[in-house]
Design a protein around this ligand. Structure first.
Ligand SMILES: Nc1ncnc2c1ncn2[C@@H]1O[C@H](COP(=O)(O)OP(=O)(O)O)[C@@H](O)[C@H]1O
Ligand SMILES: O=C(O)C1=C[C@@H](OP(=O)(O)O)[C@@H](O)[C@H](O)C1
Ligand SMILES: [Mg+2]
Length: 163
């Protein structure tokens, strides 16, 4: 068991912080986005453009629901919380940590959303997405880490202190 799953909006640092956290803890590191690409033999942006948002979410759900891990930090994609089976499974095998950042700070950090391949429905703004997602991140989090005004090292330290 003893796994850690990072959830949160795109750009909060799940991938960047996840790999350093794994090193600090002596754990393995898995980025669920890369597992999806490996299974599909396609890039995330290709999956999204070829299957549509709902198709991508279904694939993401299936891949995350099948992860087997031990002493591993798992960085998820921001949209994983739309997958019920994925979140039930991750909740069983790991402590789920929500990396939380305010909308304002996130908007500054994200820059061009399109380049990130965020799962944004037609007409949906980043603010809409933020409000829709926060409820889900809070629902599934065992631990919430507030990143506001913290640099990467400070966020990492907060996580380690909390564990
Ligand atoms: N305090 C911070 N914590 C985490 N990442 C930060 C911070 N400040 C700036 N960044 C930058 O934000 C980006 C986070 O991207 P990434 O790790 O891919 O996020 P995610 O996997 O959550 O989408 C990186 O470019 C990172 O350098
Ligand atoms: O939040 C999202 O809609 C997405 C976030 C991405 O991962 P990161 O959260 O690691 O950026 C990736 O899974 C996909 O492009 C969709
Ligand atoms: Mg990531």
């Amino acid at each position: 068991m003893k796994n850690i799953v990072l959830i949160g909006m795109p750009g909060v640092g799940k991938s960047t912080i996840g790999v350093i956290l794994a090193k600090e803890l002596g754990y393995q590191f898995v980025d669920a986005d890369l597992l999806i690409q490996e299974q599909e033999k396609r890039l995330l942006k290709e999956i999204i453009s070829e299957e549509g948002i709902e198709g991508f979410i279904a694939i993401e759900n299936q891949v995350n629901a099948s992860i087997e891990a031990d002493r591993t930090v798992i960085a998820t994609g921001g949209s994983v919380v739309y997958g019920k089976e994925a979140m039930e499974h991750l909740g069983e095998i790991a402590t789920v940590i929500y990396l939380k950042l305010s909308y304002k700070a996130l908007r500054k950090r994200l820059g061009n959303l399109k380049n990130r391949g965020v799962v944004l429905r037609d007409g949906q703004t980043l603010k809409d997405l933020y409000e829709e997602r926060v409820v889900l991140y809070e629902k599934y989090a065992d631990i919430t880490i507030d990143e506001e005004n913290k640099n990467l090292e400070e966020t990492l330290q907060s996580i380690i202190d909390t564990l």
